[in-house]
Design a protein around this ligand. Structure first.
Ligand SMILES: [Zn+2]
Length: 116
């Protein structure tokens, strides 16, 4: 079964983001809701190339109630993990993501799954 390999889920509020995401670091996140039995249903996957905390604050107050996250050691690691998360969870067919993850401007990195 596919896994995001992230910590959480935590409530997607400004306080909870700051409580759990304490480092300024590239990273990845998944947004969604929990069903009964506490199962996290991921609906959107994303990344930040420099500060996953700030990026998550952009999402508070939206329709997603929970988040999971992980730090990445580099923007490239964050990009490649976002690609794997995106494909593992069904891409645009099943996620709210409208398009394949974009490589950072100025790089020629390729998706490790589909090569795009
Ligand atoms: Zn891909």
């Amino acid at each position: 079964m596919a896994s995001l390999e992230m910590k959480g889920p935590f409530p997607l509020t400004d306080n909870e983001v700051d409580r759990h995401v304490t480092r300024k670091s590239p990273g990845n996140y998944g947004l969604g809701d929990t069903r009964e039995e506490g199962i996290f249903i991921v609906q959107y996957v994303g990344r930040s190339d420099d500060d996953v905390n700030t990026r998550l604050h952009d999402w508070t107050g939206t329709r997603y109630s929970k988040f999971k996250f992980s730090y990445a050691s580099s923007p490239k690691e964050a990009f490649e993990k976002e690609c794997r998360n995106y494909h593992d969870f069904g891409g645009t067919d099943q996620l709210d993501n409208k398009m394949h993850p974009d490589r950072p401007v100025g790089t020629n990195w390729k998706c490790p799954v589909c090569g795009n």
